[in-house]
Structures are given as C-alpha cells and as structure tokens.
Design a protein around this ligand. Structure first.
Ligand SMILES: Cc1cc2nc3c(=O)[nH]c(=O)nc-3n(C[C@H](O)[C@H](O)[C@H](O)COP(=O)(O)O)c2cc1C
Length: 176
C-alpha cells in the first residue's frame, strides 16, 4: 500500500455474507488472500503476496490492538477483534476479525489465518469506535512510539481489569 494514500473518509461496508480471508507465514507475510480480501484492499494478488500484513493497516488503528493480537498468536491463542482497514484508494472498511495460528499435525505453528465478517454496527458505533479513539488519543499524546504503545497498552489492560474480562470475552460482551 502506498503509505502516502490520502484518506477519503468513505467507508466500504461488507455485506452480511461476505467473508474476507487471509493467511500469513509465521512472520506475518501474506501467503493467501481470497477474492474478497483483494477486492476490499483494492490490491491485486501479486501486490500482496509476500508482503507484511500491515499493507492494509489503517493509520487510525491503535497500535496496542495489534500488540494484543501478536501476543495472543505467539502464545498459540486466537483473538477476536474489530479492525479498521485501509483500501488502496483511501477508503476504509471495518471488520470483525478472528485471527488464529495454523498448526501442523505435531501442533507446531506454521502460519496464521484470519477470517473477517461484517461488524455489528451498534457495537462498533457505541463501543469500539469510542474505545479505539480513546486509545489513539493516548498514543498520540506521546512522541516516543515506545511510550505511546506502553501507555495505550496500560489503558486497555486497566479497562479489561475493571471489567474482569479478557479481550475476547470483552469483544463478545459487546454483542459480536
Ligand atoms: C493472520 C493475520 C491477520 C492480520 N490481519 C490484519 C488486518 O486485517 N489489518 C491490519 O492492519 N493488520 C492485520 N494484521 C496485523 C499486522 O501483521 C500488523 O501487526 C498490523 O497491521 C500493525 O502493523 P505495524 O506494526 O506496522 O503498525 C494481521 C496479522 C496476522 C498474522
């Protein structure tokens, strides 16, 4: 994705029966995408294969969400999370993603896999967008990227502690 892409503010919405699928190797480089993946990303298969999955990263996604994602994957766990993604023309598309390690018959992680579907609009508007905006605000109030990530991670951890929930449980409590 061209890092200088100008955000349009236009959201593309998934249909209820759309499923966006992608797979990566253990370093997060894309090894597979379905047709819906390329169509929403606005990129061709050859533009994506072998590239890091952050090729569709939206600049308004809080970094701490991806930290939680990678922490879960490295622990061999799955994660459900809302993600705002970027299309090559500057549009965005919100998804509810399930991301999980793929294992071989000996239980070894050989890559990662994600299926995404249309988000629950009410959860998105009343909970997720305000939460992500709060986390982004924390991140943007620190000039050091390391501090920004550390502070927003503390904020999400404290929100989860108050709710006595893990991240997946929290996502499900919002009515995915
Ligand atoms: C299977 C899988 C699916 C992922 N899906 C997305 C996605 O849809 N959007 C996204 O921005 N990052 C996704 N990521 C996370 C990216 O690898 C990366 O951590 C994220 O885009 C943040 O990039 P950055 O660290 O360069 O800021 C996925 C990672 C894996 C392993």
């Amino acid at each position: 994705m061209d890092r200088n892409v100008v955000l349009t503010g236009n959201e593309k919405c998934l249909d209820q029966d759309d499923i966006i699928v992608s797979k990566t190797d253990t370093s997060g480089k894309l090894t597979y995408g379905n047709r819906t993946f390329f169509s929403f990303a606005g990129l061709s298969e050859s533009e994506c294969m072998g590239k890091q999955h952050n090729i569709i990263r939206h600049p308004e996604m809080p970094r701490c969400v991806f930290e939680l994602l990678w922490r879960a994957l490295k622990n061999g766990e799955e994660l459900f999370t809302y993600i705002n993604n970027l299309s090559s023309n500057g549009d965005n598309y919100w998804v509810l993603a399930h991301v999980t390690p793929s294992t071989n018959s000996s239980g070894q992680t050989i890559g990662y896999h994600s299926n995404r579907r249309a988000p629950n609009r009410e959860s998105l508007n009343s909970h997720i967008i305000p939460l992500y905006n709060e986390l982004l605000k924390v991140e943007r109030s620190h000039s050091s990227p390391r501090e920004a990530l550390s502070e927003s991670s503390k904020r999400i951890d404290s929100i989860l502690q108050d709710k006595k929930m893990g991240f997946n449980e929290f996502m499900f409590s919002l009515g995915v």
